[in-house]
Design a protein around this ligand. Sequence first.
Ligand SMILES: Nc1ncnc2c1ncn2[C@@H]1O[C@H](COP(=O)(O)OP(=O)(O)OP(=O)(O)O)[C@@H](O)[C@H]1O
Length: 235
Amino acid sequence: MLKVSNFRGGYRKGVAVVDGLQIDLRQSAVTSILGSNGAGKTSFLRGICGLLPWCTGEVVLNGERVDRLAPHDIARLGVRMVSEGRGTFPTLTVEENLKVGGYGLSAAVLATRLEREFNRFPRLRERRGQIAGMMSGGEQQMLAIARAMMSDPRVLILDEPSQGLAPIIVDQIFELIPRLTREGVQVLLVEQDVGRGLEVSEQAVVIEKGRATLSGPSRELLADPRVRESFLGLS
Ligand SMILES: Nc1ncnc2c1ncn2[C@@H]1O[C@H](COP(=O)(O)OP(=O)(O)OP(=O)(O)O)[C@@H](O)[C@H]1O
């Protein structure tokens, strides 16, 4: 559904922090963008969502060029991003946050989707009246994912979903990702933990300094000596 070709972009004219990246989400349910701090992962995602100050290249969603569209139009067409640092509305309750995610839906559809997300995340049902900003980091991450899912996205972009979370919560998030794909959503995952990102995805791109240094089926990358040595600390 989503295909990105020859993507360059950045924050200051002429200075590319993402330089010539391609991904084709049609080939897998979960695609990982991997790389160390400052490699350009978040900038690439922002570019796909129309949020980078300048970019060139093509972003095609379901056959339609979207790289010239405004961020809200790209979101309306089904690309939703869950940002690093979550981005829930801290002063709203869990339920209010979810309703914001379902903005524009009829009351009946909204109720069905709320129920679906509460089934997916029973913890959120228990805390539906709780102010989001008072919840734990893991709960806020679940809320951010549930809120994005309220709009039934075609492409769900998860930017460092495990960042700052306790290991047990990280396990839950990584178990959740394949389950989301069974509902037909394609996941684009950005992860600093290269091993984990490769395990959960079918294909992956490793980027360094804004350029793709390796790409291919995740299984092959997991076995690649360069990945094992540079990113997994194995020989
Ligand atoms: N708002 C911004 N304005 C200017 N430069 C930025 C901005 N955000 C990021 N950069 C620069 O763009 C480059 C890529 O950063 P980016 O955040 O995309 O990397 P990343 O791989 O997502 O790193 P991290 O894992 O630390 O989030 C870095 O050199 C960074 O300093």
